[in-house]
Design a protein. Structure first.
Length: 298
């Protein structure tokens, strides 16, 4: 755990490397979690879960607040320092009352909510639906604290701040937000609805790399992680795709004839079944893709 955490911290800023390391962690059975305002430090860290007898139950790796795009180190430090001084945030209202930094604004609140950093206190959708009310409450609380408004009975008592309920956000939307803000899907995979079927087939990127021979045909359930469109010498378009499943990543080629048929499916974050022939190029396993079929929920 300590080694993988150190490697993640060392590679911070390189999204591709972080994605590969997180995949390796998951393959090793090490759970990696999104940031959490009540547990995260600036960088990656290890968190310990304890059982009812306060004995160590499980260790996990946690994303840091510095890894969230659009948050900024100043507000991250303000959240961490306030927690260190006065303890964990016991409610969402407690959080917005105690973090008085000027950079707790719409952009940073949305970033915190969308990446899952406030999941322990409130639903992501509820925070996003109440942003204006949250900011108004936050601003008024800071103003009252600054002028020291008091009543005969001490500090003015306001009704508790409550978030109005919003429609739940689908898991795929949460994963998309995580990728936008953290660089990758953390709390799950877009492939999860098909996980049992994919794993039951016994064919994976790992088996292609380690056991399949050149010219063998194989079908894989994958997510497209990266797309590069290029031109052949004849001027035709083709695609170079980076595919990922639960076992690893593989770079493959979609030559012009197939690309013409399936270019609408050659999209980042598209879940699909690709079929093609295994090949070795520059000492690395790859595939020449013949067909691409979108994974659909039945």
């Amino acid at each position: 755990y300590a080694y993988m955490t150190a490697v993640l911290t060392n590679e911070s800023g390189d999204v591709e490397k972080i994605s590969e390391i997180v995949s390796e962690c998951k393959r090793m059975g090490i759970e990696v979690l999104p940031p959490d305002i009540n547990s995260s430090i600036g960088g990656f860290s290890i968190v310990q879960e304890k059982d009812t007898n306060n004995k160590l139950f499980k260790e996990k790796i946690l994303f840091g607040l510095y890894t969230i795009k659009g948050l900024g180190e100043e507000i991250a430090d303000a959240i961490i320092n306030e927690r260190k001084k006065h303890g964990i945030y016991i409610s969402f209202e407690d959080f917005i009352k105690r973090v008085t930094h000027k950079n707790l604004n719409k952009k940073s609140l949305e970033a915190l909510a969308m990446c899952g950093a406030v999941d322990s206190l409130a639903e992501r959708a509820d925070i996003l639906a109440n942003i204006d009310a949250i900011l108004t409450f936050h601003k008024e609380h800071i103003k009252e604290s600054a002028v020291g408004q008091i009543s005969l009975f001490g500090e003015i008592q306001h009704p508790p701040f409550t978030l109005k309920k919003a429609d739940p956000v689908p898991m795929i939307t949460k994963l998309t937000w995580e990728k936008d803000l953290l660089g990758l899907h953390v709390s799950g995979s877009p492939l999860d609805p098909w996980k049992e079927k994919i794993e039951a087939r016994g064919v994976s990127i790992d088996t292609v790399i380690h056991t399949y021979k050149d010219t063998q045909t194989v079908s894989l359930g994958i997510i497209i992680e990266n797309v590069k469109i290029t031109k052949t010498k004849k001027g035709d378009y083709m695609a170079l795709l980076k595919l990922r499943d639960y076992t690893g990543a593989l770079e493959v080629a979609v030559f012009p004839e197939s690309y013409k048929k399936y270019k609408n499916l050659c999209v980042v974050d598209k879940t699909a079944v690709v079929t093609g022939k295994v090949s070795t190029r520059n000492g690395e396993k790859t595939m020449i893709i013949d067909t691409i079929k979108e994974l659909m929920l039945s």
